[in-house]
Design a protein around this ligand. Structure first.
Ligand code: GDP
Length: 295
């Protein structure tokens, strides 16, 4: 993950090695390199430029601390700014309602169904909750089966109505069922399409309006770079979601989605998914991710 970005940043910092102090002159080419590295990692140019302007301002404004070399100082400034760009501190999901209703939205193939299973597993094993999974994809019978298989693996019940073609009714019936059975969290996996599509958006918006979820998590494949950011914007404009889930971070992703989404939609990344196995879900910690990028 982010290997290329990490290498490029490291080589940018190396340019400052041997410098006695940071000055506007000797920092200029390092800053340029950092900006290029971000753009090559699929960060939009405007975001990359704003980022390096901030870094430059901080670096040249710093008093020279004799104990710290300019290279080390630059690493620290970039690390702090990367964490800030990704949201600063972690943002947990809100589980204060009974039942807490969580709507999962995103394009087909983004990893929604897998994430729904992972989230149910996380809530059950790490948070001591008893979730109900809901298969509200009315177009793909295979999606219902997939969720059922996941539910069986983690011993979490799955609500579905294979004959019903009304996603709103399914979601409402599922919530009634959860109330009856005492499930503290209801996770509703909605239908996705391969590309943004009005029918899909209307359907998810209708489910949202009907069930008033406490969390709407937008799931996006981090491998899709700037497309991920554009998709996030379209979903957020329509759904005003509460958080982002970045999937497939175990793949060869360049980093653009992780670095740009927060800036673009002003919503926190809440979870990252790093594999197909159900226990590979992590709460997203911006500082740790920044540390990881800088190696
Ligand atoms: P959905 O159409 O949005 O529900 O997507 P799925 O959950 O069916 O996932 C699509 C494909 O991506 C499946 O083959 C999953 O096994 C795979 N997948 C999901 N999440 C991850 C992840 O974090 N890492 C990797 N490597 N594969 C994933």
């Amino acid at each position: 993950m982010f290997d290329n970005l990490s290498e490029r940043l490291e080589s940018a910092f190396k340019q400052l090695k041997g410098e006695g102090r940071i000055s506007e002159i000797n920092v200029a080419s390092t800053i340029k390199e950092i900006r290029r590295a971000l753009v090559d990692a699929d960060v939009n140019f405007k975001i990359a430029k704003e980022f390096t302007d901030k870094v430059k301002e901080k670096a040249t404004g710093e008093k020279v601390i004799t104990a710290v070399s300019p290279g080390q100082l630059m690493v620290k400034i970039v690390k702090d700014e990367l964490a800030e760009l990704m949201g600063g501190t972690e943002s947990e999901i809100n589980l204060n309602n009974k039942p807490t209703i969580i709507l999962i939205a995103g394009l087909q193939g983004s990893g929604k169904t897998t994430f729904s299973g992972k989230l149910a597993n996380f809530l059950k094993s790490k948070k001591g909750r008893n979730p109900l999974l809901v298969a509200a994809d009315i177009y793909r019978p295979a999606a219902i089966d997939q969720l059922k298989v996941l539910g069986e693996q983690i011993k979490v019940p799955v609500y579905s109505e294979p004959e019903n073609k009304d996603a709103v009714a399914i979601a409402q019936n599922a919530i009634a069922e959860a109330k009856k059975n005492g499930n503290g969290v209801v996770i509703i996996d909605t239908a996705g399409r391969l590309a943004i599509d009005e029918v899909m958006m209307t359907e998810v918006a209708n489910v949202k309006a009907a069930v008033q979820p406490h969390e709407i998590l937008f799931v996006v494949d981090s491998m899709t770079g700037q497309d991920a950011v554009n998709t996030a914007k379209a979903f957020n404009d329509r759904l005003n979601f509460t958080g982002v889930v970045l999937t497939k971070l175990d793949g060869d992703t360049r980093g653009g989605a992780a670095l740009s989404i927060r800036y673009t939609v002003d919503k926190p990344i809440k979870f990252v998914s790093m594999g197909e196995k159900l226990d590979t879900l992590d709460v997203f910690y911006p500082e740790r991710m920044a540390q990881r990028i800088l190696g």
